[in-house]
Design a protein around this ligand. Sequence first.
Ligand code: SF4
Length: 440
Amino acid sequence: MKNEKKVFTLTYGCQMSERDAETITEIAGQAGYSRSEDLDTADLVIINTCCVRESAENKILGKIGELKKFKEKNPNLKIAISGCMVQQPGALERLKKRAPHVDIWAGTHNLHDFSSLLQRAERGTKVAEIWQEPKVNSESAPLAEQGKLQANVNIMYGCNNFCSYCIVPHVRGRERSRKPEEIINEIKDLVASGCREVTLLGQNVNSYGKEFLPSYDFADLLRDVDQIPHLLRIRFITSHPKDLSDKLIETVAKGDKLCEHFHLPIQSGSDLILQRMNRKYTREYYISRVREIRKLVPNASLTTDIIVGFPGESEEDFEQTLEIMRLIHYSQAFTFMFSKRSGTLAASMENQIPLDVKKRRLQRLMSVQNKESLDWRQGMIGKSYEVLVEGPSKTNPTRLTGRTRGNELVVFNGNSNLIGSLVNVRINEAGSWTLVGEIE
Ligand code: SF4
């Protein structure tokens, strides 16, 4: 069948959202659409959405609005909007009213049903369908683009933690882990198609397998994935500090392919705010986990997520956050201003912080982290690190780029036939975000 039709996919949000966009695009591929980077000539446009912050949602709504003129130019164009923003309780009717030019509305639980939604839309029907709960086996065997050097692999879906600021449990449902053999087979297929690095994905990978009997937890899965031949590297995201076990840290310490990088969102350095966030750990407990990592995996790099301006956050609470950043020395931190999400507990909390205060605190936080990131990378100068060569540098295509096991980005000279292989790079220069080195 001649593959005339083209699909253009745009995704917003986290790695899980990117992974979902991958699945939907692959399903469109099986329906005869080839991938295109050109919106103007697309026959199908897919936008996979995010609603973790108001700013993300406003950006997406603007993009959906823009598509109206493309539809006017090409009335046969099909527009599909999917993901967390659509899955939000009470959002679908509001969105349909706002964007009648959209042909398909789908949530987070019915991605695998996209082919039937697409067929109905191709027959001219406007389709709007979200499932309140995932259906059994509706999430098995996710499709992924073959032949890529790096791939994201879902190991579980949903979250049971209900942090008071977070919309995720409301749009992705309760935690459910994929069967280990399914995950391992998916990775073996990816490796057979040329993949050499996988990132295991979950809202809270540390609680993987909690529902399994006999017990088989995340550390067990990592140990088994570490045995897969020809795979070079394993990463995972996101870890919840309350479920970070000694067993998991020991497994990373012993694993050949398990990269020594922990993304461990702390969110705040103040116990009072951690409690209001319903994070279920204290500052001291978090520090004790970091100490255990530093003891068992001395060269590990730590990154984190931090929210400033959470309702009720005093200057003193904020100072405690800055203090813990200076104590832990993160190699990188993703920093955000608190954003009210309707349907979450924090949205209706008292003592909402004014925007100018949030902005001022975010500035201070970023300047503290910029210094920490620079210090961390300057500490790498003169040392050698194993780097997986990913491809040409985005800023200077005559050079190559790749990441250390600690997930630090490195730029260096080298022949493109090194792409996909591990090399040792000696670091000569360091910026806050990028390192420059030479292959040894
Ligand atoms: S752990 Fe908390 S912040 Fe992370 S997805 Fe779950 S509810 Fe949201």
